[in-house]
Design a protein around this ligand. Sequence first.
Ligand code: 1GP
Length: 246
Amino acid sequence: HSIYQNITTSKAKGEKLLAVLIDPDKMKLETVSSFIAKVNQSIATHIFVGGSEVDNGLTETLVIEIKKHTELPIILFPGDVIQITDEANGILFLSLISGRNPDYLIGKQVEAVSKLTKTNLEIIPTGYVLIENGKETAVQRVSETKPIKRSDIQIIKDTAKAGELLGMKLIYLEAGSGATHPIEPHIISEVKRQLSIPLIVGGGIKTKIALDSAYNAGADLVVIGTAFEDDEAFFDELKKQTVFNE
Ligand code: 1GP
């Protein structure tokens, strides 16, 4: 269980983690080597691979290609069962606990078992909490669930805590890919206070300032996808030194 252990060790030391999210639907195979070269030179510590709508087989081909170019752990962040591949190192075994669609709470997970038991993937049970961000995102559309309102702080906190009490190993606060508003720092810090497990935050983070404020508010691992897809120069911008005041 080295991936999870490394995350908890970093959390204990106050070292912040960054996952670059690669969507198999958007990444062209021929650009993987140059993109991953940038990732390798950046502050990124993990690579997440996944998307809400991905065709069969694409994920595995992409992971095989990424692996040729990096030593970073590759973790599946699947939108569906078909994205499971033994080529990755681990998988966020997600349950969309903000929603009330049984398919995404337990149905897909049951479907996934016959595949998962044939793999060596490190399986990391993760409570996935979708927060409203100003527009409808793919997660919302595909899962047919409502995100929790940003103003419903108590519900957000209780949802995250329920995930921890159910035995989940990570909580992922998600604004949705390309979100207009990233998760607000006060939401992150309120949730953080409830939890003893590591906290992941993602969705709509496009600047170094937004990244740092997520870290300062208590995110242990931040996920960024769109900002790197749009502009690879963002990798260099993140290298500039920051002092954390946590
Ligand atoms: C989406 O949290 C991730 O699941 C990343 O979002 O693409 O907006 O960075 P972005």
